[in-house]
Structures are given as structure tokens and as C-alpha cells.
Design a protein around this ligand. Structure first.
Ligand code: ARG
Length: 717
């Protein structure tokens, strides 16, 4: 065969590189078609589709749960509701339970008996009962010609009424989600449990080993896991927290394999990826690189600098702000690396090429031109408007100010209380709610840190936004406080009922509408809220045009390329991604291996550096080399890489082998492929997983909580 012919065949076979490669794709389990299944079986899957997803028999999907309605993923690993997820998914809870005397974050926590398990306020665990394509129900419901409202409004109305019907019929929580940018719709039935308790968490020197320095990086040596337990009422159904509740008896739980992995092995992940933008246009990439990411990086970096300073002052402050800081650091680094990778991997050029080929295909028929002719243009125009009016930039500033300055967010939340006060409603419930919340809030609040963040945010806000988004508050600051944010902030924290636990308690004991509405923090929050509404309304002016263009663009792409297996963008619904254990080469002259071992933990050890200080006991164990059944030829595997297609929300997802057994827990992605929310790169994108053998070594030998292992079901036993 000559080269030209080969090239043509290659292009046809790969559909200009658009065919989903084996590893790319976040598949809805019900949509795994013959193409996927055959590919999976060829790669090493031994299960039938029904063993993965079925509504008639217990299957893998019954062991996969969404934490906090999709913030993270977990999996059930015992008949007593034991659940494994990431340390960073339990981080807020672990930090929240920590005090300077009982610093579970630094030292770890292990319940040695069931009674010692710690209830986690607010934590929820949701099981998917079933999912179903309801596209025809949604779309046929919007075809009322006499209806003059917009398509989006009609869709929303139909979804609302369908939800009610399904809720009534099933008795479960229902959500209906748009897929492929409004080209299809799926209904999901969930059952949510909210008595969830902490069973075990390793010390930060294991669970967050490498800290922010190693976050998003390979080679990695983090034991990023923690163990929770789900409790149900005596009848096995969800129940409010109570001592009478019993450990959940799940429909299914994952067996564990100690066999380990080698390069090339098949594996898959099921979990709840939060959001991707795989159909983003070149205009969208430009906007991200020029507006969204720089804004996000600037604001998060500013806050991090301030928090770091305070966290270094005392253990109490370090614990108070640990979770906020980890959040900021994680997403700041993600934005930095995303911009870098987008540029380095020339994703803009790829998108441009795709759009050119789309436009050419469109122009080949009048029908198509009629339907899709203006789609790309429409999107380009919207981006131009967004760049010009800076509404989305203002939105980011407002979110970071309103939600990032703690006293403002706290004050904002009392708006409903004001209405009740004004209407003379019974306040018992609301006051109880705020008393409870206050206990948590003030534990993680420091006036000086918050004041400094407020002043920095106000300053950046003035410097970088046009004055149509300035809140009225700025006029007041200039008139009454010599235009000094510091003077204003000093007065605010001196006078506000929100400034301290004592002041707030005093207010709750004698709440009046006058006091609340005249409070400087309350006024400031609502003044920003007004600007926020302006920014949102401005964007609503073109959101519909944009959504419609996106829907048609994706519809057109599907029509243009019928060979490509399309998968919907992540939207916190259950997905499956399959691939293999695999190394990668991140740069010229650099080759990474597919796994790390405990040797690397000792190499990285640095007692002077909190991020890399290995706990003494772990050092002794690792040096002794007594790895037992968790080792492999005298080494202890720690983390490994796979080609899975995941994103935030997948954190804590089980990594499952071809026989359906748990081999690891997914916890991170690699910085070199941080453009992955927009484009999957087969050569570079990797999921970083913690080997279940390292997890169990820590539980058993480090924590001495080996009794938990009796609950597990080991493969082949
Ligand atoms: N990069 C991980 C993710 O987004 C989170 C890691 C949290 N750890 C941290 N050091 N901030 O899933």
C-alpha cells in the first residue's frame, strides 16, 4: 500500500481524529453501546453490561455513590456500609472535627469501635436507583405553537412538571439533566442518606503527603483516602441522624483485589465527574485564556497570600483555614496549569480546524446552512459582548468578594431572617438554625484575616472593573470614610453583629429588623448583591442566544460525523470511563514510570517541611520493609497512573479491574494535561490513583485498625 492510501485510510478510520479513542469518554452507563463493550472486552473486561449497570439485579452501579450531591465520589466496600473516598473529600470534615488538642488533620483519626465513629454534619451519600432517557418526553412537551415563551422557558417548565410526576410515582428524589447541550435529556432517581460518619483518616503526612507542591503532579506518593460509614434507619431507609440508626446494608459492595496492576492492564472508573467543556469553541478558549483564568488566578492568589500568613501564626488558625486554603490552592493551580496546557497543546488551533471543517460541511447544503449557518457566528458575537461588557468578569469578582469574605457571606445568609422579622413570623426554627451554624462559622473565622481579605478584594475590584459594577457601598466609603477601605473595614468589624460569636449571640437573643438591616456587614453584602444581580441580568441578555447556538453546534457536529461515538459533557451524573494502566512522557527527554513505591516516600521525607514530613511511625514501618500481603517482591506500591478520562467530582472514585474488583482510588489528574476539561489528550492525560494495597497497609499496619479488614471481601477468597 502506498503512503497516500494509508494516510487516507487513517483519516477515514479516525474521522479526522474525532473518533473517541478507547480511553476518551465519560460514558453514561446506560449508553455503553456495543462499540464500547467490545472495546472494553478486548482490553480485558470480564463482566457483562448487566453486571455494570442494571435496574433488575445488584450490580457495580449500586456500590458507587455521589458525596454531597456530586462534590466527590465514593464506593461501598462492605456489607456494613463502609465507604472509601479521598482524604481531600473528607478534608473539611476532618479539619472541622479537629482542635488544637485533637488535631485529626495532622495526626489522623481512627475509630476503633463503631461507637467512636464521628458524625459528619452536612455530609450526604446518594445512591443512583436508575437513569432513563426522557428526551422525547421533554421535547414533545415543548411543541406548543401557541406558547410565546422562549424554548428555554418551555423546557424548564416541562422538566419541572415531569419531575413532579416521576417523584410521585417513584417516591425517590428526581433530577432531569440536559445532555449534549440540550440535545437530549435524562432522568435520574436517587436515594440520599445523611447519617454519615467518619471511620478513619490517615494523618496529613499520608493523606495529603506532598501538599500543594505535589498536588496535580506526578510522581506522587499520597495516600489520599479516608473511610466513612453510611447509616440507615432500622428499616434500611434514609433516616435523620440518630443513635438508633444502623450501618447500611447495601444492595452491592465492591470486592477488593490485592493482586496489583501492571502496565497495560484494563481498568475502569465509575463516578460523578462535575463539569467539562469538550464542545467549547476557539472563541471560548480565547476568552478563558484572556479573561476567565487570569481573573480567577489573580483573586485566588491574593487570598492565598493573606491566609498563608495567618495560618503560619498558630495551630488554631492553621486548622481554621486549612480547608479554605486547600480549596483555593487546588483551583488556583488548576487554572494556571490549564492555561499553560491549552497553549502548549495548541488546543485553540485544533478547535479552529474543527470549526473550519464544520463550516465547510455546513456550506455544502442549503438545508444545513439554514439550520447551522449562523451558529459559530452567534457564539463569536456573544463572546465579543461578554468581553466588552465585562459582566462575567464582574461575576467572578463578586463571587470571590461576596463568598470569599466570610463576614459578608455570613451576613448575606440572614436575608431571610430579616423578612421573618419584618413580617413578624415565628423565629424559633430560624434562630435555632443560626445558633447551630454560628458554632461552626466562628470556629473557622478570624477577624484580622477576614478584614485583610476584604480590603484586598475591594482594592482589586476597583482597579479591575468598570464602575457600572461598583456597589453603592463604594460611594459611602468615599464620602464617609475618606475613600479608605481600611477605615471602613475597621468600623465594620468594630460595630457589626456578625463580627464575633458574642456579638452574634447577643443579637440572636434580641433580634430586631432595625438592628439587622442597619448592620454594616449586612448592608455591604446586599450592596454587592445588587451589583451581582446586574452582572447576571446583563449576561441573561445573551445567554439564550448562546445556549441555542451551542445546542445547534453540537447537533450539527453529530450530524456531520455519524461515526463518532458522542458522549455528553460531565454534569455530576454517573459516568464510566475505561482505559488502561499506563506511563507517559511529559516532555522532551523525560519519561515517567507508571507507578511509585514507598521508596519515594522516604526519598521525599523532609521533617522541616510540613508538606513532606513523613510520620515517624510510617518511616519505621517502611524502613523495616515488612509489607506482608500488601507488598510485591519486597516493595510497597503506592500510586499508579491510568488513561481514564476524569475530572473534579470524580475524586474518590473506585478504580476497578476487569473482574469488577477494587484495585485503587482515583484522586488527581496530571498538570501537563490540565487542558483536559476542554480536550482529552491521549498521550498526556492520566488519572493518578492510590493503590488499594497502600491504603490497606496504612489501615492495617500503620493505624492498627486491621479489624476493618474483616468487613472487606477479598477477591478469590
Ligand atoms: N487536585 C485534586 C482534585 O482536584 C485535589 C487535591 C486536594 N489536595 C490539595 N493539596 N489541595 O481532585
Amino acid at each position: 500500500m502506498n503512503n497516500k492510501l494509508l494516510a487516507i485510510i487513517f483519516v477515514l478510520a479516525t474521522g479526522f481524529g474525532l473518533v473517541a479513542r478507547a480511553d476518551e469518554g465519560m460514558w453514561l452507563p446506560v449508553l455503553l453501546n456495543q462499540k464500547n463493550i467490545t472495546a472494553m472486552q478486548n482490553m480485558g473486561l470480564k463482566l457483562t453490561p448487566e453486571q455494570i449497570y442494571s435496574v433488575n439485579q445488584a450490580c457495580l452501579k449500586d456500590a458507587i455513590v455521589a458525596l454531597d450531591h456530586g462534590g466527590c465520589t465514593g464506593s461501598i466496600i462492605s456489607a456494613n456500609g463502609l465507604l472509601i473516598t479521598n482524604h481531600h473529600c473528607g478534608f473539611e470534615a476532618i479539619a472541622g472535627q479537629s482542635t488544637v488538642e485533637h488535631d485529626y488533620l495532622t495526626d489522623g483519626f481512627w475509630a476503633m469501635r463503631q461507637e467512636e465513629e464521628l458524625p459528619i454534619p452536612g455530609k450526604t451519600v446518594s445512591f443512583l436507583i436508575l437513569m432513563k432517557d426522557v428526551t422525547s418526553e421533554v421535547l414533545s412537551g415543548i411543541e406548543d405553537e401557541s406558547d410565546k415563551s422562549s424554548r428555554a422557558e418551555r423546557v424548564e417548565r416541562v422538566i419541572d412538571s415531569l419531575k413532579k410526576v416521576y417523584e410521585e410515582v417513584s417516591g425517590y428524589e428526581i433530577s432531569i439533566e440536559s445532555m449534549l447541550h440540550g440535545n437530549s435529556y435524562y432522568m435520574f432517581e436517587y436515594q440520599t442518606f445523611n447519617d454519615v460518619r467518619l471511620v478513619g483518616a490517615p494523618p496529613s503526612g499520608v493523606g495529603k503527603f506532598g501538599g500543594e507542591t505535589d498536588n496535580w503532579m506526578w510522581p506522587r506518593h499520597t495516600g489520599d483516602f479516608c473511610l466513612l460509614r453510611v447509616y440507615s434507619g432500622a428499616d434500611g431507609k434514609p433516616a435523620e441522624k440518630s443513635d438508633l440508626n444502623i450501618p447500611l446494608n447495601p444492595k452491592y459492595f465492591l470486592p477488593v483485589s490485592l493482586e496489583g496492576v501492571k502496565e497495560g492492564d484494563f481498568s475502569m472508573i465509575m463516578g460523578y465527574p462535575g463539569s467539562t467543556d469538550r464542545y467549547l469553541t476557539s472563541y471560548g478558549i480565547e476568552h478563558k485564556l484572556e479573561v476567565l483564568n487570569p481573573t480567577d488566578i489573580l483573586l485566588k492568589t491574593a487570598k492565598m497570600e493573606i491566609l498563608k500568613k495567618y495560618m503560619n501564626q498558630s495551630d488554631a488558625l492553621r486548622l481554621a483555614y486549612a480547608s479554605d486554603y486547600a480549596y483555593l490552592a487546588n483551583f488556583q493551580k488548576k487554572s494556571i496549569q490549564e492555561s499553560k496546557a491549552l497553549k502548549r497543546l495548541k488546543v485553540y488551533d485544533d478547535k479552529k480546524q474543527l470549526e473550519d471543517s464544520f463550516q465547510e460541511w455546513v456550506s455544502m447544503s442549503l438545508d444545513r446552512a439554514d439550520k447551522y449557518g449562523s451558529v459559530l457566528n452567534d457564539m463569536e458575537e456573544v463572546y465579543k459582548e461578554r468581553t466588552a461588557d465585562k459582566a462575567d468578569k464582574a461575576q467572578t469578582y463578586l463571587e470571590e468578594t461576596l463568598m470569599g469574605v466570610k463576614i459578608l457571606l455570613w451576613a448575606y445568609q440572614t436575608n431571610e431572617l430579616l423578612s421573618s422579622l419584618e413580617d413578624g413570623n415565628d423565629l424559633t426554627e430560624q434562630l435555632a438554625h443560626f445558633r447551630k451554624q454560628a458554632a461552626e462559622f466562628y470556629r473557622e473565622f478570624n477577624q484580622d484575616a477576614d478584614k485583610e481579605i476584604m480590603c484586598r478584594m475591594f482594592k482589586l475590584y476597583r482597579e479591575n472593573l468598570p464602575d457600572q459594577y461598583y456597589p453603592d457601598l463604594f460611594v459611602k466609603i468615599s464620602k464617609k470614610f475618606d475613600n479608605s477601605d481600611e477605615k471602613f473595614a475597621d468600623a465594620l468589624y468594630r460595630k457589626s453583629i456578625f463580627a464575633s460569636a458574642e456579638a452574634f449571640e447577643a443579637f440572636l437573643n434580641k433580634p430586631t429588623a432595625k438592628k439587622l438591616s442597619g448592620d454594616p456587614a449586612f448592608e455591604a453584602a446586599n450592596s454587592f448583591l445588587a451589583s451581582y444581580i446586574l452582572a447576571m441580568v446583563t449576561q441573561m441578555g445573551y445567554q439564550e442566544k448562546f445556549d441555542e447556538a451551542s445546542r445547534l453546534f453540537v447537533a450539527g457536529l453529530m450530524e456531520q460525523d455519524t461515526n463518532r461515538n458522542f458522549y455528553p459533557d460531565a454534569n455530576s451524573t454517573l459516568r464510566l470511563t475505561y482505559g488502561q494502566v499506563k506511563a507517559y512522557d511529559p516532555a522532551d527527554a523525560v519519561e515517567y514510570m507508571y507507578r511509585t513505591t514507598s521508596k519515594g516516600i522516604l526519598e521525599k521525607d523532609d521533617p522541616q517541611n510540613r508538606e513532606f514530613a513523613v510520620p515517624e511511625k510510617l518511616k519505621i514501618l517502611l524502613k523495616a520493609g515488612d509489607f506482608g500481603k500488601y507488598g510485591e517482591n519486597g516493595i510497597l506500591p503506592v500510586c499508579f497512573l491510568t488513561t481514564h478520562d476524569i475530572t473534579g467530582g470524580n475524586s474518590g472514585s473506585p478504580v476497578i479491574n476487569g473482574r469488577g474488583e477494587l484495585i485503587a482510588v482515583a484522586f488527581d489528574g496530571n498538570s501537563e494535561a490540565m487542558s483536559s476539561d476542554i480536550k482529552y489528550d491521549v498521550n498526556l492525560q492520566r488519572t493518578i490513583c492510590v493503590d488499594i494495597r497502600y491504603v490497606l497497609f496504612i489501615v492495617d499496619k500503620y493505624a492498627g485498625a486491621g479489624y476493618l479488614l474483616d468487613e472487606l471481601k477479598f477477591a478469590g477468597k
